[in-house]
Write a protein that binds this ligand. Structure first.
Ligand SMILES: *Cc1c(COP(=O)(O)O)cnc(C)c1O
Length: 538
């Protein structure tokens, strides 16, 4: 018996079954702990984390400069030795701040960004604009209006125009609600679809699988109790939906469709041809509500959102977490067209007198005409149990941080260079990983390379033949591979079954480690496959 086989047998694989019922994030956390004492005494590498290992610097430095200038301004109002100053004065603020900016890189960025915004957004009251930025960064007033600061909404709309809408000019026709990350955006949307009587328990919703697990877990919670159908994309179709799956969406019983585009974990964007098919779907199923989570959009070149082709039926979720390395900031948003299916359904439902009464009561404390309250504003109110509607807004420093990231992105060509660099970073890691595995990597435009799914049955089959792969599949628990990789090699990757992927698929995140680490992960995976093979022969 070889030394490797001794190690192989030292892993107690009867333990694996107990993890079956846990969510994949829990399992990864447990495997990470087990990896610390791995049998080979390797340094732990964790390829399970989607958190990027880079940050964007321009927007952050600009934010810190705004804050600094804000304090200087506040001290002009009054200044006590105890570290107390007055509120910033709006009158003449634009010129004072512009004059204070020097010629350092961050000052130059801030000056140019502010000037560009004034020009492109046709801002007449420059002092009001500067006041929103400076006072917002200081965070000394409740965010007002509660849904979104006024100029911030225009800036965010331009950001979405560039990165999600592309050739469809929609920036002037959208409402935006900044939220505590994409996380809160998802929660508020589910909550409101329920509260606004748009979706009822038992209603059919379709989820585009495989998908970020919460989209599978939330709709089946008892308060929603939706009937969840999945349309699962396959590797053989480059992870794209088939025409039959688009047909399923035409059934008027399907009330909502949830998609992450580009998807986590398959990392593919919907092709331009398939994007057009949503128009056909909506001709038949006119009330369908589409929820698209575009957090990985910028990682796909020439990306366009479902929102751009179906603006009246789509609720868009975006987060700054991934592109900007800003998961701790909690920066996300919900975007809806001013003319949208949700508002129409609310209006139609209100013609039903019973709901009419309920609604009058529910929102009468915050709206003089509750009937006319839009879905997006109901979402804001309901996010704070209605009673706290007036203090519902996302913290103003967070909103201004989003402005800074957005203005940094809207620069040409510097903003595009940042995006291109983030793409190249994950692509280099992806290529190293797949080249080490010795399998052909997919280089289609739709592939973001942010994550990658590996079919370990295929890997086994290519390396040691089909019979062996089938033997493995029949004799081992589907979690055995990721478990053993952790316990024996100290390498953590995520099982993808809980994302809705077929058994045998594992997800490796390309966001979080060095290129050399991805080489090691692939090598460990190959070594483990070889160990299973040795055992199989023995
Ligand atoms: C990472 C991720 C998010 C981001 O969530 P935040 O709360 O903004 O950090 C949203 N959706 C998906 C699918 C993700 O993978």
């Amino acid at each position: 018996m070889t030394a490797d086989l001794k190690i192989f047998n030292a892993v107690d694989d009867t333990k694996v079954k107990q993890f079956d019922q846990l969510s994949n994030f829990e399992i990864a956390a447990i495997f990470k702990r087990l990896a610390k004492n791995n049998l080979r005494h390797n340094q732990v590498v964790n390829g399970g984390r989607g958190n990027p290992n880079w940050i964007e610097t321009t927007g952050r430095l600009a934010y810190s400069r705004l804050l600094e200038l804000g304090v200087v301004e506040a001290e002009q109002t009054f200044n006590e030795d105890a570290g107390m100053a007055g509120n910033v004065r709006q009158e003449g603020l634009y010129q004072r701040v512009m004059n204070a900016l020097g010629d350092s890189r961050r000052d130059e960025f801030l000056r140019n960004a502010i000037q560009a915004a004034v020009n492109h957004l046709d801002i007449q009251d420059r002092d009001a604009f500067m006041y929103e930025l400076v006072d917002g960064a200081l965070g000394d007033h409740y965010p007002y209006p509660p849904r979104c600061l006024s100029y911030t909404e225009k800036i965010l709309a331009q950001y979405l125009q560039k990165n999600c809408f592309k050739d469809q000019q929609l920036a002037d026709y959208v409402d935006i609600f900044p939220t505590e990350g994409g996380t809160a955006a998802m929660v508020y949307i589910f909550q409101e679809l329920h509260s606004a009587h748009i979706l009822y328990p038992g209603d059919t919703v379709v989820v585009n699988s495989s998908i970020f697990t919460p989209y599978l877990q939330i709709p089946v919670l008892s308060e929603y109790d939706f009937h969840v159908k999945t349309v699962t994309t396959r590797r053989s179709n480059n992870w794209q939906m088939t025409d039959e799956q688009f047909e399923e969406l035409k059934d008027p019983k399907v009330k909502a469709f949830f998609a992450v585009n580009p998807t986590n974990p398959t990392a593919r964007a919907i092709t331009p041809e398939n994007l057009q098919k949503f128009k056909e779907v909506l001709k038949v199923n006119t009330n369908l509500i589409i929820i698209t989570d575009d957090v990985y959009g910028t990682f796909s070149p020439d990306y366009q959102s479902i929102f751009a082709v179906a603006p009246h039926n789509t609720i868009l979720v975006y987060s700054f977490s991934k592109l900007y390395g800003a998961t701790g900031e909690r920066l996300g948003l919900i975007c809806m067209h001013k003319k949208n299916v949700c508002d129409r359904l609310i209006y139609e439902n209100l013609l039903n007198s019973h709901l009419n009464e309920l609604d009058e009561e529910r929102y009468s404390i915050v709206a003089t005409d509750p009937h006319k309250m839009k879905f997006i504003d109901r979402m804001v109110a309901d996010s704070r149990a209605i009673g706290l509607y007036h203090t519902a807004g996302l913290s103003s420093p967070q909103q201004i941080m989003m402005d800074m990231f957005s203005l940094s992105n809207l620069r040409e060509p510097a903003g595009d260079e940042y995006v291109a660099t983030s793409r190249q970073t994950v692509t280099n890691r992806y290529n190293e990983f797949w080249n080490t595995l010795g399998l052909t990597a997919d280089q289609t435009l739709e592939n973001t390379h942010y994550y990658t799914l590996v079919d370990i049955y295929r890997l086994m089959s290519e390396r040691h033949g089909k019979e062996f792969a089938e033997y493995y599949q029949d004799h081992y628990n589907y979690l055995d591979f990721t478990y053993r990789l952790a316990v024996e090699f100290g390498t953590v990757i995520m099982d993808a079954t809980a994302f809705g992927a077929e058994k045998g698929n594992v997800r490796v995140s390309l966001a979080n480690l060095t290129t050399a680490d991805y080489h090691r992960i692939a090598q460990d995976m190959l070594d483990l496959v070889d160990e299973y093979y040795e055992k199989y022969q023995y």
